[in-house]
Design a protein around this ligand. Structure first.
Ligand code: CP
Ligand code: NVA
Length: 307
């Protein structure tokens, strides 16, 4: 059996993704009931961060502690990675000592190269191209509030970025329709769109995307690493703010999600996070539960492989 990683949503089957979402709901119930569940005593996760994080770091680190294991925070500022030690050498060394590794970095090829030299499962905790962990939490949140997302219509409004790409893959894996509204020049890559033409549609405006949506999602206009483009992007994205007016075009029970951190007054209106259909705080909390389900799945798959 091959070693399993989670670099994009397509590394798992739809069945496995749904099992993880259901298990996330179950682990959340356990946690809320103060049940102690420590199947991974002595297991250690490596957490490699080349970009900032609040939710991802806290959720993985807390999750490993709750499982009875532990986690080591490895910033590229303080490790030899930041001084040019090759990713392949780092992967061989780090994975020889740990049970699972998560990486947040820039180029997607970095997680792919790490994974190909790793002896243990590798989780993509965000690259320039994908953020699959966020999608596990988003789908868990949708399921908890509205039931299955299959056949629903999701509106992605804003940048054709890492989150948008993971939504495109999610539309394929969970069989929902994705309408994307991005300013000219900020759409997802044409080749990626063409591959998923059966479930993804590029539309002309934020309003077109919002009409009849069951879920509206957005993200910052300038992602990590694009700070210098902030001003140019504010101009380009001015017609792409998610606000109450846009929510009124969608179905009355349409949910609103944002992976956070959010910039009030930019991609969302000042009060959007307080909208009656906004579920962003549940979405953020679900990073913990969904990723615990993912970690449990990957560690157990790896143990089965060695058995
Ligand atoms: N949504 C998300 O990944 O948040 P952090 O950047 O805080 O980890
Ligand atoms: N698109 C954002 C997501 C942050 C969680 C970024 O990459 O900075």
């Amino acid at each position: 059996m091959a070693l399993r990683h989670f670099l994009t949503l397509r590394d798992l089957s739809t069945l496995e993704l749904n099992q993880i979402v259901q298990r996330g709901i179950e682990l959340k119930r356990k946690q809320h009931n103060n049940e102690v569940f420590q199947p991974f005593a002595g297991k250690v996760m490596g957490m490699i961060f080349e970009k900032s994080s609040t939710r991802t770091r806290v959720s993985f680190e807390a999750g490993m502690s709750q499982f009875g294991g532990s986690a080591i925070f490895l910033s590229s500022r303080d490790t030899q990675l930041g001084r040019g030690e090759p990713i392949e050498d780092s992967a061989r060394v780090i994975s020889s000592m740990l049970d699972i590794v998560m990486i947040r970095t820039f180029g997607h090829d970095i997680v792919e190269r790490f994974a190909s030299y790793s002896k243990v499962p590798v989780i993509n905790a965000l690259t320039d191209d994908h953020h699959p962990c966020q999608l596990l939490a988003d789908i868990q949140t949708y399921v908890e509030h509205r039931g299955s997302i299959e056949g629903k219509t999701v509106a992605w409004i804003g940048d054709g970025n890492n989150m948008c790409n993971s939504y495109i893959e999610a539309a394929h894996m969970w069989d929902f329709k994705l309408k994307i509204a991005s300013p000219k020049g900020y759409e997802p890559k044409q080749q990626f769109l063409s591959e998923f033409a059966h479930c993804v549609e590029l539309v002309g405006s934020a309003e077109d995307a919002a009409v009849n949506a069951d879920l509206i999602v957005t993200d910052v206009w300038a992602s990590m690493g694009q700070e210098e483009e902030q001003k140019i992007r504010e101009k380009a994205f001015a017609d792409y703010q998610v606000n109450e007016r846009l929510m009124d075009l969608a179905h009355t029970d349409c949910l609103f999600m944002h992976c956070l951190p959010a910039h009030r007054g930019e991609e969302i209106s000042e009060n959007m996070l307080d909208h009656k259909n906004a579920v962003v705080w549940d979405e953020a909390e679900n990073r913990l539960h969904a990723q615990k389900a993912l970690v449990e799945f990957l560690i157990n798959e790896n143990l089965k492989k060695d058995a």
